[in-house]
Design a protein around this ligand. Structure first.
Ligand code: ADP
Ligand code: MG
Length: 477
Protein backbone atom coordinates (compact mmCIF):
# COMPACT_ATOMS: atom_id res chain seq x y z
CA UNK A 1 0.00 0.00 0.00
CA UNK A 2 1.18 3.53 -0.71
CA UNK A 3 2.30 5.61 2.24
CA UNK A 4 -0.55 7.30 4.07
CA UNK A 5 0.12 10.82 2.79
CA UNK A 6 -0.17 9.75 -0.86
CA UNK A 7 -3.18 8.76 -2.87
CA UNK A 8 -3.16 6.71 -6.02
CA UNK A 9 -4.82 8.01 -9.21
CA UNK A 10 -5.98 5.52 -11.82
CA UNK A 11 -7.43 5.88 -15.31
CA UNK A 12 -8.37 2.75 -17.25
CA UNK A 13 -8.36 1.98 -20.95
CA UNK A 14 -10.40 -1.12 -21.75
CA UNK A 15 -10.37 -2.86 -25.12
CA UNK A 16 -13.47 -4.97 -25.63
CA UNK A 17 -13.96 -7.15 -28.68
CA UNK A 18 -17.34 -6.66 -30.33
CA UNK A 19 -19.40 -9.81 -30.84
CA UNK A 20 -19.67 -9.69 -34.61
CA UNK A 21 -19.24 -12.70 -36.89
CA UNK A 22 -17.08 -10.80 -39.36
CA UNK A 23 -14.31 -8.23 -39.09
CA UNK A 24 -14.59 -4.45 -38.88
CA UNK A 25 -13.71 -3.72 -42.51
CA UNK A 26 -13.99 -7.08 -44.27
CA UNK A 27 -16.06 -10.26 -44.42
CA UNK A 28 -13.33 -12.43 -42.81
CA UNK A 29 -14.47 -14.46 -39.81
CA UNK A 30 -13.79 -13.35 -36.24
CA UNK A 31 -14.01 -16.84 -34.73
CA UNK A 32 -11.45 -17.59 -32.04
CA UNK A 33 -8.82 -20.28 -32.60
CA UNK A 34 -8.61 -21.91 -36.02
CA UNK A 35 -5.46 -22.55 -38.01
CA UNK A 36 -3.11 -19.53 -38.14
CA UNK A 37 -4.07 -17.10 -40.90
CA UNK A 38 -7.24 -19.05 -41.77
CA UNK A 39 -9.44 -16.03 -40.99
CA UNK A 40 -7.97 -13.33 -43.17
CA UNK A 41 -8.87 -11.42 -46.31
CA UNK A 42 -7.15 -9.06 -48.72
CA UNK A 43 -8.36 -6.21 -46.51
CA UNK A 44 -6.92 -7.51 -43.23
CA UNK A 45 -3.70 -8.40 -45.05
CA UNK A 46 -3.45 -4.81 -46.24
CA UNK A 47 -2.89 -5.71 -49.89
CA UNK A 48 -2.50 -2.70 -52.17
CA UNK A 49 -5.58 -1.32 -53.86
CA UNK A 50 -8.19 -2.89 -51.60
CA UNK A 51 -10.77 -0.76 -49.83
CA UNK A 52 -12.36 -1.21 -46.41
CA UNK A 53 -16.14 -1.33 -45.90
CA UNK A 54 -17.49 -0.65 -42.41
CA UNK A 55 -19.30 -3.54 -40.71
CA UNK A 56 -22.71 -2.13 -39.82
CA UNK A 57 -23.25 -4.61 -37.00
CA UNK A 58 -20.01 -3.54 -35.31
CA UNK A 59 -21.20 0.07 -35.25
CA UNK A 60 -24.59 -0.98 -33.87
CA UNK A 61 -22.89 -2.90 -31.06
CA UNK A 62 -20.61 0.03 -30.27
CA UNK A 63 -23.63 2.36 -30.09
CA UNK A 64 -25.42 -0.15 -27.87
CA UNK A 65 -22.42 -0.18 -25.52
CA UNK A 66 -22.36 3.62 -25.52
CA UNK A 67 -26.05 3.88 -24.70
CA UNK A 68 -25.79 1.27 -21.93
CA UNK A 69 -22.98 3.37 -20.42
CA UNK A 70 -24.94 6.64 -20.74
CA UNK A 71 -22.69 8.18 -23.42
CA UNK A 72 -23.65 10.81 -25.95
CA UNK A 73 -23.57 9.25 -29.41
CA UNK A 74 -21.96 11.44 -32.06
CA UNK A 75 -23.99 11.74 -35.24
CA UNK A 76 -20.75 12.14 -37.14
CA UNK A 77 -17.55 10.41 -36.14
CA UNK A 78 -14.33 9.92 -38.06
CA UNK A 79 -11.78 7.26 -38.81
CA UNK A 80 -8.06 7.92 -38.43
CA UNK A 81 -4.86 6.09 -39.18
CA UNK A 82 -2.53 5.49 -36.26
CA UNK A 83 0.91 4.57 -37.58
CA UNK A 84 3.46 2.31 -36.00
CA UNK A 85 5.63 -0.49 -37.18
CA UNK A 86 5.17 -4.01 -35.87
CA UNK A 87 5.10 -7.30 -37.78
CA UNK A 88 1.56 -8.10 -36.66
CA UNK A 89 0.24 -4.90 -38.26
CA UNK A 90 0.31 -5.55 -42.02
CA UNK A 91 -0.81 -2.10 -43.17
CA UNK A 92 1.67 -0.28 -40.98
CA UNK A 93 -1.21 1.59 -39.38
CA UNK A 94 -4.26 0.80 -37.31
CA UNK A 95 -7.61 2.24 -38.31
CA UNK A 96 -9.12 3.83 -35.21
CA UNK A 97 -11.09 6.89 -34.16
CA UNK A 98 -9.07 9.76 -32.79
CA UNK A 99 -10.37 13.30 -32.89
CA UNK A 100 -14.00 12.46 -33.38
CA UNK A 101 -14.97 9.25 -31.56
CA UNK A 102 -18.39 7.60 -31.77
CA UNK A 103 -19.29 7.95 -28.05
CA UNK A 104 -18.54 10.78 -25.65
CA UNK A 105 -18.87 10.99 -21.88
CA UNK A 106 -20.87 8.37 -20.06
CA UNK A 107 -20.11 6.60 -16.80
CA UNK A 108 -19.66 3.31 -15.02
CA UNK A 109 -21.53 2.83 -11.74
CA UNK A 110 -20.28 0.23 -9.28
CA UNK A 111 -20.60 -0.86 -5.66
CA UNK A 112 -17.86 -0.57 -3.06
CA UNK A 113 -17.80 -1.21 0.70
CA UNK A 114 -18.17 2.61 1.04
CA UNK A 115 -21.29 2.60 -1.14
CA UNK A 116 -22.14 3.22 -4.76
CA UNK A 117 -19.61 5.11 -6.88
CA UNK A 118 -19.60 6.41 -10.44
CA UNK A 119 -16.56 7.05 -12.61
CA UNK A 120 -16.96 9.15 -15.73
CA UNK A 121 -15.87 8.04 -19.15
CA UNK A 122 -13.93 10.26 -21.48
CA UNK A 123 -14.96 8.45 -24.63
CA UNK A 124 -15.59 5.18 -26.40
CA UNK A 125 -14.12 4.75 -29.86
CA UNK A 126 -14.15 1.96 -32.42
CA UNK A 127 -10.97 0.47 -33.83
CA UNK A 128 -9.50 -2.64 -35.41
CA UNK A 129 -7.35 -5.15 -33.55
CA UNK A 130 -3.85 -6.17 -34.66
CA UNK A 131 -2.67 -9.74 -35.34
CA UNK A 132 -0.31 -11.59 -33.05
CA UNK A 133 3.20 -13.01 -33.05
CA UNK A 134 3.88 -16.60 -32.09
CA UNK A 135 7.44 -17.19 -30.94
CA UNK A 136 8.90 -20.58 -31.78
CA UNK A 137 12.53 -21.05 -30.85
CA UNK A 138 14.55 -18.43 -32.71
CA UNK A 139 11.69 -17.70 -35.13
CA UNK A 140 8.68 -15.43 -34.76
CA UNK A 141 5.61 -16.34 -36.74
CA UNK A 142 2.78 -14.00 -37.68
CA UNK A 143 -0.88 -14.98 -37.21
CA UNK A 144 -3.33 -12.46 -38.64
CA UNK A 145 -6.55 -14.19 -37.57
CA UNK A 146 -7.24 -11.40 -35.11
CA UNK A 147 -6.14 -8.56 -37.39
CA UNK A 148 -9.10 -6.34 -38.21
CA UNK A 149 -11.34 -7.70 -35.45
CA UNK A 150 -13.64 -4.91 -34.21
CA UNK A 151 -12.91 -3.44 -30.79
CA UNK A 152 -14.23 -0.63 -28.70
CA UNK A 153 -11.83 1.22 -26.45
CA UNK A 154 -13.47 2.57 -23.31
CA UNK A 155 -11.39 5.33 -21.72
CA UNK A 156 -12.10 6.46 -18.17
CA UNK A 157 -11.31 9.81 -16.60
CA UNK A 158 -8.52 9.60 -13.97
CA UNK A 159 -11.09 9.34 -11.17
CA UNK A 160 -10.36 5.99 -9.56
CA UNK A 161 -8.52 6.21 -6.24
CA UNK A 162 -7.79 2.61 -5.27
CA UNK A 163 -6.92 -0.71 -6.87
CA UNK A 164 -10.03 -2.26 -5.30
CA UNK A 165 -12.26 0.39 -6.90
CA UNK A 166 -10.52 -0.19 -10.23
CA UNK A 167 -11.43 -3.89 -10.04
CA UNK A 168 -15.05 -3.11 -9.11
CA UNK A 169 -15.23 -0.61 -11.98
CA UNK A 170 -13.98 -3.25 -14.40
CA UNK A 171 -16.37 -5.91 -13.12
CA UNK A 172 -19.33 -3.54 -13.45
CA UNK A 173 -18.22 -2.48 -16.94
CA UNK A 174 -17.81 -6.07 -18.04
CA UNK A 175 -21.17 -6.93 -16.51
CA UNK A 176 -22.92 -4.28 -18.64
CA UNK A 177 -21.11 -5.13 -21.88
CA UNK A 178 -21.81 -8.85 -21.54
CA UNK A 179 -25.42 -8.20 -20.48
CA UNK A 180 -26.23 -6.15 -23.58
CA UNK A 181 -24.56 -8.74 -25.83
CA UNK A 182 -21.69 -6.55 -26.99
CA UNK A 183 -18.74 -8.54 -25.59
CA UNK A 184 -18.08 -11.97 -24.09
CA UNK A 185 -16.09 -10.64 -21.13
CA UNK A 186 -13.25 -13.12 -21.42
CA UNK A 187 -10.06 -11.71 -19.87
CA UNK A 188 -8.02 -14.86 -20.43
CA UNK A 189 -8.70 -15.06 -24.15
CA UNK A 190 -8.12 -11.32 -24.35
CA UNK A 191 -11.54 -10.32 -25.63
CA UNK A 192 -11.80 -7.94 -22.63
CA UNK A 193 -8.44 -6.38 -21.82
CA UNK A 194 -7.36 -3.50 -19.68
CA UNK A 195 -4.43 -1.10 -19.52
CA UNK A 196 -4.12 0.79 -16.25
CA UNK A 197 -2.64 4.29 -16.01
CA UNK A 198 -1.29 4.84 -12.52
CA UNK A 199 0.16 7.87 -10.73
CA UNK A 200 0.39 9.03 -7.14
CA UNK A 201 -0.06 12.44 -5.54
CA UNK A 202 -0.07 13.90 -2.06
CA UNK A 203 -3.57 14.27 -0.61
CA UNK A 204 -3.30 18.06 -0.65
CA UNK A 205 -1.71 18.25 -4.13
CA UNK A 206 -3.59 20.15 -6.82
CA UNK A 207 -1.99 18.51 -9.86
CA UNK A 208 -1.65 14.89 -10.80
CA UNK A 209 1.65 13.07 -10.63
CA UNK A 210 3.37 11.56 -13.67
CA UNK A 211 1.62 8.39 -14.82
CA UNK A 212 2.80 5.04 -16.08
CA UNK A 213 0.70 2.83 -18.29
CA UNK A 214 0.59 -0.83 -17.22
CA UNK A 215 0.06 -3.64 -19.71
CA UNK A 216 -0.37 -7.41 -19.59
CA UNK A 217 -3.11 -7.42 -16.98
CA UNK A 218 -5.16 -10.47 -17.85
CA UNK A 219 -6.98 -11.18 -14.60
CA UNK A 220 -8.68 -9.08 -11.94
CA UNK A 221 -6.17 -10.33 -9.40
CA UNK A 222 -3.23 -9.16 -11.53
CA UNK A 223 -4.89 -5.79 -12.15
CA UNK A 224 -5.19 -5.17 -8.42
CA UNK A 225 -1.69 -6.41 -7.71
CA UNK A 226 -0.10 -4.45 -10.58
CA UNK A 227 -1.74 -1.16 -9.53
CA UNK A 228 -0.68 -1.62 -5.92
CA UNK A 229 2.95 -2.45 -6.65
CA UNK A 230 3.17 0.33 -9.21
CA UNK A 231 1.78 2.94 -6.78
CA UNK A 232 4.21 1.73 -4.14
CA UNK A 233 7.07 2.03 -6.63
CA UNK A 234 6.10 5.67 -7.34
CA UNK A 235 5.90 6.54 -3.65
CA UNK A 236 9.30 5.00 -2.92
CA UNK A 237 10.83 6.81 -5.90
CA UNK A 238 9.42 10.17 -4.84
CA UNK A 239 10.31 9.68 -1.17
CA UNK A 240 13.90 8.90 -2.07
CA UNK A 241 14.15 12.13 -4.05
CA UNK A 242 13.67 10.58 -7.48
CA UNK A 243 11.18 11.36 -10.25
CA UNK A 244 8.70 9.14 -12.02
CA UNK A 245 9.35 8.79 -15.75
CA UNK A 246 6.29 8.60 -17.94
CA UNK A 247 6.48 5.21 -19.61
CA UNK A 248 4.70 2.04 -20.55
CA UNK A 249 5.42 -0.86 -18.18
CA UNK A 250 4.74 -4.55 -18.35
CA UNK A 251 3.41 -6.41 -15.33
CA UNK A 252 5.26 -9.63 -14.55
CA UNK A 253 2.84 -11.87 -12.64
CA UNK A 254 5.56 -14.38 -11.70
CA UNK A 255 7.67 -11.79 -9.93
CA UNK A 256 4.82 -9.51 -8.92
CA UNK A 257 6.55 -6.42 -10.32
CA UNK A 258 6.34 -4.03 -13.27
CA UNK A 259 9.16 -3.56 -15.78
CA UNK A 260 9.83 -0.75 -18.21
CA UNK A 261 8.72 -1.60 -21.75
CA UNK A 262 9.15 1.69 -23.57
CA UNK A 263 9.49 5.24 -22.42
CA UNK A 264 7.12 7.94 -23.59
CA UNK A 265 10.09 9.97 -24.90
CA UNK A 266 10.93 7.43 -27.54
CA UNK A 267 7.31 6.40 -27.90
CA UNK A 268 6.19 6.53 -31.46
CA UNK A 269 4.82 9.60 -32.98
CA UNK A 270 1.74 7.93 -34.33
CA UNK A 271 1.23 10.51 -37.10
CA UNK A 272 -2.52 10.30 -36.82
CA UNK A 273 -4.43 11.56 -39.85
CA UNK A 274 -7.97 11.05 -41.18
CA UNK A 275 -8.40 7.74 -43.00
CA UNK A 276 -8.73 8.68 -46.67
CA UNK A 277 -10.32 5.37 -47.66
CA UNK A 278 -13.33 5.78 -45.36
CA UNK A 279 -15.86 8.60 -45.31
CA UNK A 280 -16.90 9.98 -41.92
CA UNK A 281 -19.33 7.71 -40.11
CA UNK A 282 -22.68 9.49 -40.35
CA UNK A 283 -25.59 8.00 -38.44
CA UNK A 284 -29.02 8.03 -40.04
CA UNK A 285 -32.05 9.63 -38.45
CA UNK A 286 -33.52 7.16 -35.97
CA UNK A 287 -30.47 4.83 -35.96
CA UNK A 288 -29.63 5.59 -32.35
CA UNK A 289 -33.27 5.69 -31.26
CA UNK A 290 -33.99 2.22 -32.56
CA UNK A 291 -30.95 0.82 -30.74
CA UNK A 292 -31.98 2.67 -27.58
CA UNK A 293 -35.48 1.23 -27.76
CA UNK A 294 -34.14 -2.31 -28.11
CA UNK A 295 -31.83 -1.93 -25.09
CA UNK A 296 -32.74 -4.39 -22.31
CA UNK A 297 -33.21 -3.40 -18.69
CA UNK A 298 -29.65 -3.13 -17.33
CA UNK A 299 -28.31 -5.32 -14.53
CA UNK A 300 -28.18 -2.65 -11.81
CA UNK A 301 -31.72 -1.47 -12.54
CA UNK A 302 -32.95 -5.04 -12.57
CA UNK A 303 -31.25 -5.83 -9.26
CA UNK A 304 -32.83 -2.77 -7.67
CA UNK A 305 -36.24 -3.82 -8.99
CA UNK A 306 -35.84 -7.35 -7.60
CA UNK A 307 -35.32 -5.81 -4.17
CA UNK A 308 -37.96 -3.09 -4.28
CA UNK A 309 -40.78 -4.72 -6.19
CA UNK A 310 -40.16 -8.46 -5.87
CA UNK A 311 -39.13 -8.21 -2.21
CA UNK A 312 -35.95 -10.26 -2.69
CA UNK A 313 -32.76 -9.72 -0.72
CA UNK A 314 -29.83 -7.86 -2.31
CA UNK A 315 -27.93 -11.14 -2.25
CA UNK A 316 -30.68 -13.01 -4.12
CA UNK A 317 -30.94 -10.18 -6.64
CA UNK A 318 -27.19 -10.36 -7.24
CA UNK A 319 -27.15 -14.14 -7.77
CA UNK A 320 -30.23 -14.11 -10.00
CA UNK A 321 -28.82 -11.43 -12.30
CA UNK A 322 -25.32 -12.85 -12.66
CA UNK A 323 -26.37 -14.07 -16.10
CA UNK A 324 -28.86 -12.37 -18.38
CA UNK A 325 -30.46 -15.55 -19.82
CA UNK A 326 -30.82 -16.99 -16.32
CA UNK A 327 -32.42 -13.78 -15.11
CA UNK A 328 -34.74 -13.53 -18.13
CA UNK A 329 -35.96 -17.09 -17.55
CA UNK A 330 -36.46 -16.28 -13.87
CA UNK A 331 -38.65 -13.33 -14.88
CA UNK A 332 -40.82 -15.54 -17.08
CA UNK A 333 -41.27 -18.07 -14.28
CA UNK A 334 -42.19 -15.36 -11.77
CA UNK A 335 -44.76 -13.97 -14.21
CA UNK A 336 -46.32 -17.43 -14.45
CA UNK A 337 -46.15 -18.34 -10.76
CA UNK A 338 -47.21 -14.88 -9.46
CA UNK A 339 -44.68 -15.08 -6.63
CA UNK A 340 -40.97 -14.46 -6.56
CA UNK A 341 -39.36 -15.96 -3.48
CA UNK A 342 -40.25 -19.64 -4.08
CA UNK A 343 -39.17 -19.30 -7.74
CA UNK A 344 -35.93 -17.64 -6.58
CA UNK A 345 -35.30 -20.57 -4.24
CA UNK A 346 -35.70 -23.13 -7.01
CA UNK A 347 -33.45 -21.09 -9.31
CA UNK A 348 -30.68 -20.53 -6.78
CA UNK A 349 -30.92 -24.06 -5.39
CA UNK A 350 -31.91 -27.06 -7.48
CA UNK A 351 -31.89 -25.41 -10.92
CA UNK A 352 -28.38 -23.97 -10.47
CA UNK A 353 -27.16 -27.27 -9.04
CA UNK A 354 -28.56 -29.32 -11.94
CA UNK A 355 -27.32 -26.90 -14.61
CA UNK A 356 -23.91 -27.13 -13.05
CA UNK A 357 -23.98 -30.89 -12.70
CA UNK A 358 -25.12 -31.45 -16.29
CA UNK A 359 -22.91 -28.67 -17.62
CA UNK A 360 -25.83 -27.08 -19.47
CA UNK A 361 -27.11 -23.53 -19.73
CA UNK A 362 -30.52 -22.15 -18.94
CA UNK A 363 -31.22 -21.88 -22.67
CA UNK A 364 -31.27 -25.68 -22.85
CA UNK A 365 -33.77 -26.15 -20.03
CA UNK A 366 -36.55 -28.54 -21.05
CA UNK A 367 -39.40 -27.26 -18.87
CA UNK A 368 -41.57 -24.19 -19.37
CA UNK A 369 -42.37 -21.46 -16.83
CA UNK A 370 -45.93 -22.86 -16.67
CA UNK A 371 -44.58 -26.26 -15.62
CA UNK A 372 -42.52 -24.77 -12.80
CA UNK A 373 -45.61 -22.84 -11.69
CA UNK A 374 -47.56 -26.13 -11.64
CA UNK A 375 -44.90 -27.66 -9.41
CA UNK A 376 -45.10 -24.71 -7.00
CA UNK A 377 -48.88 -25.09 -6.87
CA UNK A 378 -48.60 -28.82 -6.12
CA UNK A 379 -46.36 -28.01 -3.14
CA UNK A 380 -48.64 -25.26 -1.92
CA UNK A 381 -51.74 -27.43 -2.15
CA UNK A 382 -50.02 -30.23 -0.26
CA UNK A 383 -50.26 -32.57 -3.25
CA UNK A 384 -46.57 -33.37 -2.83
CA UNK A 385 -44.13 -33.02 0.07
CA UNK A 386 -40.95 -30.92 0.05
CA UNK A 387 -38.66 -33.89 -0.65
CA UNK A 388 -41.22 -35.16 -3.20
CA UNK A 389 -41.05 -31.79 -4.97
CA UNK A 390 -37.29 -32.14 -5.30
CA UNK A 391 -37.76 -35.49 -6.98
CA UNK A 392 -40.40 -34.07 -9.32
CA UNK A 393 -38.14 -31.13 -10.15
CA UNK A 394 -35.23 -33.42 -11.03
CA UNK A 395 -37.48 -35.36 -13.41
CA UNK A 396 -38.95 -32.14 -14.81
CA UNK A 397 -35.42 -30.91 -15.48
CA UNK A 398 -34.36 -34.20 -17.09
CA UNK A 399 -37.42 -34.80 -19.25
CA UNK A 400 -39.69 -31.76 -19.35
CA UNK A 401 -42.67 -34.07 -18.70
CA UNK A 402 -45.96 -32.79 -17.32
CA UNK A 403 -45.80 -32.27 -13.54
CA UNK A 404 -48.95 -34.29 -12.80
CA UNK A 405 -47.69 -37.17 -14.97
CA UNK A 406 -44.42 -37.22 -13.02
CA UNK A 407 -46.26 -37.20 -9.70
CA UNK A 408 -48.46 -40.13 -10.84
CA UNK A 409 -45.64 -42.12 -12.40
CA UNK A 410 -43.47 -41.81 -9.32
CA UNK A 411 -46.38 -42.29 -6.94
CA UNK A 412 -45.37 -39.12 -5.13
CA UNK A 413 -48.85 -37.86 -4.34
CA UNK A 414 -49.01 -37.09 -0.68
CA UNK A 415 -51.58 -38.78 1.62
CA UNK A 416 -53.63 -35.88 2.98
CA UNK A 417 -56.85 -37.64 3.98
CA UNK A 418 -57.37 -38.13 7.71
CA UNK A 419 -58.69 -41.69 7.21
CA UNK A 420 -55.48 -43.45 6.19
CA UNK A 421 -53.40 -41.11 8.35
CA UNK A 422 -55.41 -42.01 11.47
CA UNK A 423 -55.18 -45.69 10.68
CA UNK A 424 -51.40 -45.53 10.59
CA UNK A 425 -51.33 -43.39 13.75
CA UNK A 426 -53.45 -45.85 15.74
CA UNK A 427 -51.15 -48.67 14.66
CA UNK A 428 -48.04 -46.75 15.65
CA UNK A 429 -49.45 -45.83 19.06
CA UNK A 430 -50.57 -49.41 19.70
CA UNK A 431 -47.06 -50.68 18.93
CA UNK A 432 -45.32 -48.44 21.53
CA UNK A 433 -47.48 -48.00 24.61
CA UNK A 434 -44.36 -47.11 26.61
CA UNK A 435 -43.62 -44.11 24.42
CA UNK A 436 -47.26 -43.05 24.64
CA UNK A 437 -46.92 -43.05 28.41
CA UNK A 438 -43.65 -41.20 28.20
CA UNK A 439 -45.42 -38.46 26.17
CA UNK A 440 -48.22 -38.24 28.68
CA UNK A 441 -45.57 -38.02 31.43
CA UNK A 442 -44.32 -34.78 29.84
CA UNK A 443 -41.81 -35.96 27.23
CA UNK A 444 -43.49 -34.12 24.35
CA UNK A 445 -40.41 -34.40 22.16
CA UNK A 446 -41.33 -38.04 21.58
CA UNK A 447 -43.84 -36.80 18.97
CA UNK A 448 -41.00 -36.73 16.47
CA UNK A 449 -40.45 -40.44 16.97
CA UNK A 450 -44.12 -41.16 16.22
CA UNK A 451 -44.13 -38.96 13.10
CA UNK A 452 -41.24 -41.08 11.84
CA UNK A 453 -43.11 -44.33 12.56
CA UNK A 454 -46.28 -43.13 10.86
CA UNK A 455 -44.34 -41.92 7.83
CA UNK A 456 -42.70 -45.32 7.54
CA UNK A 457 -46.09 -47.01 7.46
CA UNK A 458 -47.22 -44.61 4.72
CA UNK A 459 -44.13 -45.16 2.59
CA UNK A 460 -42.95 -41.61 3.32
CA UNK A 461 -45.96 -40.07 1.61
CA UNK A 462 -48.01 -38.83 4.54
CA UNK A 463 -48.56 -35.10 4.88
CA UNK A 464 -46.17 -34.39 7.79
CA UNK A 465 -48.03 -31.32 9.01
CA UNK A 466 -51.37 -33.15 9.25
CA UNK A 467 -49.74 -36.22 10.84
CA UNK A 468 -48.27 -33.99 13.52
CA UNK A 469 -51.60 -32.36 14.26
CA UNK A 470 -53.48 -35.67 14.45
CA UNK A 471 -50.74 -37.28 16.55
CA UNK A 472 -50.79 -34.56 19.18
CA UNK A 473 -54.56 -34.86 19.41
CA UNK A 474 -54.37 -38.65 19.86
CA UNK A 475 -51.44 -38.60 22.28
CA UNK A 476 -53.23 -36.15 24.54
CA UNK A 477 -55.82 -38.94 24.66
P1 ADP B 1 -2.76 8.13 -24.04
O1 ADP B 1 -3.35 8.31 -25.40
O2 ADP B 1 -1.33 8.49 -23.96
O3 ADP B 1 -3.02 6.78 -23.49
P2 ADP B 1 -4.95 9.56 -22.76
O4 ADP B 1 -5.08 11.03 -22.56
O5 ADP B 1 -5.87 8.88 -23.69
O6 ADP B 1 -3.46 9.23 -23.09
O7 ADP B 1 -5.15 8.93 -21.31
C1 ADP B 1 -5.19 7.58 -21.14
C2 ADP B 1 -5.67 7.26 -19.72
O8 ADP B 1 -4.79 7.79 -18.75
C3 ADP B 1 -7.05 7.78 -19.38
O9 ADP B 1 -7.80 6.71 -18.85
C4 ADP B 1 -6.79 8.82 -18.29
O10 ADP B 1 -7.81 8.83 -17.35
C5 ADP B 1 -5.52 8.31 -17.66
N1 ADP B 1 -4.72 9.34 -17.01
C6 ADP B 1 -4.37 10.55 -17.48
N2 ADP B 1 -3.60 11.20 -16.61
C7 ADP B 1 -3.42 10.37 -15.54
C8 ADP B 1 -2.69 10.46 -14.31
N3 ADP B 1 -1.95 11.53 -14.00
N4 ADP B 1 -2.73 9.40 -13.48
C9 ADP B 1 -3.44 8.31 -13.79
N5 ADP B 1 -4.13 8.17 -14.91
C10 ADP B 1 -4.12 9.18 -15.80
MG1 MG C 1 -3.24 4.90 -23.98
Amino acid sequence: MPRADYQVVIGLEVHAQLLTTSKLFSGASTSFGGAPNAHTSVVCLGLPGVLPVVNRHAIELAIRAGLALECRIANVSEWSRKHYFYPDLPKGYQVTQYEHPLCLGGRVVFDTPEGEKAVRLTRIHVEEDAGKLVHEGAASLVDLNRAGTPLIEIVSEPELRSADDAVEYLKALRDVLVWVGVNDGNLEEGSFRCDANVSVMKHDATTFGTRCELKNLNSFRFIKQAIEVEAQRHVELLESGGVVEQETRLFDPQRGETRSMRSKEDAHDYRYFPEPDLPPLVLGAGDVDSIREALPELPRARRARYVTSLGLSAYDAQVLTADRAFSDFFERCVAEAHEAKPVANWFMGELSRLLNETNTTVGEVKFSPAQLAALLRAVKDGVISGPGAKEVFAELFATGKDVQVIIDEKGLAQVNDDGPLLLAIEQALAESPKNVESYRGGNTKIVGYFVGQVMKKLGGKGNPKRINELLVEKLKG
